[in-house]
Design a protein around this ligand. Structure first.
Ligand code: NI
Length: 139
């Protein structure tokens, strides 16, 4: 069981005012919670940088489903990585565009490589990887 530590941080007043107004907009109850989230995000980012670290990631893809072969290529890649692909959600945004969210889990190097491969497919209009780590690995 870890204990709570209090500490003091010195910084420029204007910087702190901007931070306070940002965390108020975001709905944080207090500064401590906002700073804890920043630290967690930074630590997760560091794990993501280690090739052998186990990570979980979502890959969000937006594409036009009329683009030749794109749906087949997306499905084909995922079928060849069933050990990493946990789930896929597909939403038809309008007559032409689709949103697909693929959830991946595995070693960072493999997950990142697959995510980048999906995003790089010809016809993907926008792709974004959000990486996180398993709760059991969190401090
Ligand atoms: Ni669709």
């Amino acid at each position: 069981m870890s204990s709570i530590v209090r500490y003091t941080v010195s910084m420029d007043q204007r910087l702190l005012e901007k931070f306070d107004s940002q965390i108020e907009r975001k709905g944080y109850a207090n500064r401590s919670e906002a700073i804890r989230d920043l630290i967690r995000d930074s630590l997760v980012g560091e794990k993501w940088a280690k090739a052998t670290e186990k990570v979980v990631a979502t890959v969000t893809l937006v594409y036009n489903h009329h683009t030749a072969d794109l749906r087949d290529r997306l499905a084909d890649i995922q079928h060849h990585h069933t050990d990493i692909v946990l789930s896929t959600t597909h939403i038809h945004l309008d007559n032409d565009n689709c949103l697909e969210v693929v959830i991946l889990r595995g070693k960072c190097k493999v997950v990142r490589s697959l995510a980048e491969k999906l995003i790089a497919l010809k016809g993907i209009k926008h792709g974004k990887i959000v990486s996180t780590t398993e709760a059991t690995q969190l401090w």
